[in-house]
Design a protein around this ligand. Structure first.
Ligand code: WT7
Length: 661
């Protein structure tokens, strides 16, 4: 538990938060979950859990209805395991029978101003054709397909096309480098890659296909096929026999495609996320339990109705995009807005222009975005009509009360409830969140667990802490959308989440629960950094730095950052014989090295060249000390285990000398 000292400031400001925001009567009156419904759900979850979970999963369309609800417990709980269903059918086909047939499923706007709408009927045709293309190329149920795409409708189509034939998709965020892409393709053993000639970002073009070419040239023998969506029209070379244009391939196949019934426990997708070692973890989610929980939570937390226009600003390369852009909202037959580009391109009012034009009613974004909007000032939202908004959401990191208040008063004009949703890639869906028609919110708290979810705060020995005290956040009962594993690494799955404390799921977050049962999540307690709501492992960045020929050793820590929440601070020692004629050039090279190996979001905000790193006698780097140094704080806590105190002194001196690293 390293970050305690770093978190004290945050805890203080949270403890001072006194304001209460009860739901408005008007909202509560129309909400999907009103107080009576909430009471019923909570009572049922407590008294007849099987009936409760069967009710949740009963909202889906099953090919073969399940008779069994839950079998087993952590780490191997299986849910609805004798039922079969298809996720694409649930997200598309079942809406074709009634009035949603010609309803917009996807409203899309490209960064360059291109626009498109896909109705559920049109989405059905696209998904079916893409599924036929994959099937024709020999992609089978259980095969892995990597998606490396901009945020365009084809990305959603490709995910659902995989789901339709039972292939397991693994979406790799378009901001990841060729090296990171190769590692993920290889780990998953993907047989096909779906990409685009490029995507627009802040006016530039992200060379997605070129990155795929590099990744595949460095040894991904499993990949037989590459499908390329034409997005930018940039000139491109297609590799004969391997690469095909998406639009040409789709035009040549039938417009309907028989979906494959999947067992509820069959994997739906893999999504890589960072952990505490250098290798990213391929988090595996299953079909039935995952879809059941994301659909239920979309209905409860976002209160989606047929007349809503819902916009979750996450990229589909993250779990938020999977659960709350694609699977949850589409399972409910909602209208989803997708926007390809940057929020400040061409101007800082881009987001608010989109809200006004599409009359967005429910907006779900991240604290880092809200802080950027705050910094850019209220004039940008003020230029656009935001009266359509009725509910605001946030996710990704603890939201500071200042940003919460700004979101509430400026963006929502004080009219819209805010749902601060806590969850993780591994949890599949939201676990802790207000219910907007029921819960009194307090800025900075994700409030209470949803019906069916049980939490506790424990110490490192697994004992419950005193009420109000900080500790490790654990989930004490299984729920259906928990990850089923780490791809190809059962041991790591057990080790990471289920071994340190027996009988519960260990989240890796530190938190406290106050007298009213409100949860205050303080952030990670492990070596994971949260930059703009995106998870980065310190070990991953360290190994990127150490790969540089001049570097002997590197230690990376998170440091508080005004906009991104945390930022990457690196401490680097050079090999003894290395001469540094140009310090700035070397720092630039090191920084580029990280971007090259991982992606731009991992770029360090500061790199300190140092003669040594503070270590314990057993050789473990004392990151706690580096965190204090990077944040400009007094080094706190016990330093008696330090192997060489002089190292710390030298680092301190360096910090105090202005202009030096
Ligand atoms: C970590 C999970 C869940 C999708 C986005 C990130 C932090 C997430 C909150 C919140 C405080 C939050 C936690 C968590 N986190 N939401 N509302 N309040 N912290 O997914 O990359 O899997 O990261 O994000 O530290 O463990 P992820």
């Amino acid at each position: 538990m390293g970050k305690d000292a770093a978190q004290e400031g945050a805890i203080e400001s949270h403890l001072q938060e006194q304001r209460r925001f009860p739901p408005s009567a008007a909202f509560a009156q129309r909400a999907a979950v009103d107080p009576a419904q909430e009471t019923r759900l909570r009572r049922r979850a407590a008294e007849e859990p099987d009936a409760f979970w069967a009710e949740v999963a009963g909202q889906l369309q099953w090919d073969r209805p399940f008779r069994r609800v839950r079998e087993g417990t952590f780490p191997d709980a299986r849910w609805f395991a004798d039922g079969t269903l298809n996720a694409a059918v649930n997200c598309v086909d079942r809406h074709l029978q009634g009035p949603r047939r010609n309803k917009a499923a996807i409203l899309w706007e490209g960064e360059d101003g291109s626009r498109a709408t896909l109705t559920y009927l049109q989405l059905h045709e696209q998904v079916s054709r893409a599924a036929n293309v994959l099937r024709e190329r020999g992609v089978d149920a259980g095969d892995r397909v990597v998606l490396y795409l901009p945020l365009i409708p084809e990305a959603v189509v490709a995910m659902l096309a995989c789901a339709r034939i039972g292939a397991i998709h693994s979406v790799v965020f378009g901001g990841f480098s060729a090296t990171a892409l190769r590692e993920r393709i290889a780990d998953a053993g993907a047989v096909a890659v779906i990409t685009a000639d490029g995507g627009y970002r802040r006016g530039g073009v992200v060379p997605l296909k070129a990155n795929v070419d590099v990744a595949l040239s460095e040894g991904c023998p499993s990949v037989r096929d590459v499908l390329v969506v034409r997005r930018t029209g940039a000139p491109l070379s297609l590799v004969e026999g391997r690469d095909r244009w998406w639009h040409e391939a789709l035009a040549e196949v039938p417009r309907t495609c028989q979906p494959v019934s999947r067992n509820a426990e069959d994997p739906l997708f893999i999504l890589y996320t960072s952990g505490t070692t250098g290798r990213p973890k391929g988090i595996v989610h299953c079909t039935g339990g995952y879809l059941a929980w994301v659909a239920a939570t979309t209905a409860w937390v976002f209160d989606l109705r047929d007349d809503d226009t819902y916009w979750c600003t996450a990229d589909i390369g993250w779990i938020t995009g999977h659960s709350y852009v694609v699977y949850g909202p589409l399972a409910l037959g909602a209208t989803v807005l997708l926007y390809e580009g940057a929020p400040d391109f061409p101007d800082r009012d881009r987001v608010w222009g989109l809200v006004a034009r599409h009359q967005v009613t429910v907006l779900y974004t991240a604290p880092t975005a809200i802080r950027a909007f705050m910094k850019w000032g209220p004039a940008h939202p003020a230029r656009h009509d935001r009266s359509s908004l009725r509910l605001l959401g946030t996710v990704g990191e603890p939201i500071n009360p200042e940003a919460w208040s700004w979101y509430h008063s400026v963006i929502g004009n004080g009219r819209c409830p805010i749902v601060d949703t806590w969850w993780q890639t591994e949890t599949g869906g939201i676990l802790i969140s207000p219910l907007p028609g029921v819960t009194t919110t307090v800025p900075g708290s994700a409030t209470t667990p949803l019906p069916g979810i049980s939490t506790a705060i424990v110490d490192s020995a697994g004992r419950d802490v005193q009420q109000g005290e900080g500790g490790l956040l654990v989930i004490t009962q299984p729920w259906p959308s928990l990850a089923r594993g780490i791809w190809g690494d059962r041991e790591r799955f057990l080790q990471t989440y289920f071994s340190r404390i027996r009988g519960v799921y260990l989240t890796g977050d530190g938190a406290r629960i106050d007298a009213e049962g409100y949860h205050w999540v303080m952030g990670r307690v492990d070596d994971v950094i949260n930059v703009s709501g995106h998870r980065l492992g310190t070990a991953e960045i360290e190994s990127a730095l150490v790969a540089h020929p001049s570097v002997a050793e590197a230690a990376v820590v998170g440091t508080p950052h005004e906009l991104t929440g945390e930022a990457v601070a690196a401490f680097v020692t050079l090999k003894a014989d290395v001469e540094v004629p140009d310090r700035d050039a070397l720092l630039q090279e090191l920084s580029d090295q990280v971007v090259h190996q991982i992606g731009a979001l991992a770029r360090p905000c500061e790199i300190h060249l140092t003669e040594g790193l503070p270590k314990t006698r057993s050789g473990k780097i004392m990151r706690r000390l580096l965190r204090d140094l990077a944040a400009g704080r007094q080094v706190q806590g016990d330093t008696s285990t330090l192997e060489d105190r002089a190292v710390l002194e030298r680092l301190r001196e360096q910090e105090e000398r202005p202009g030096s690293d």
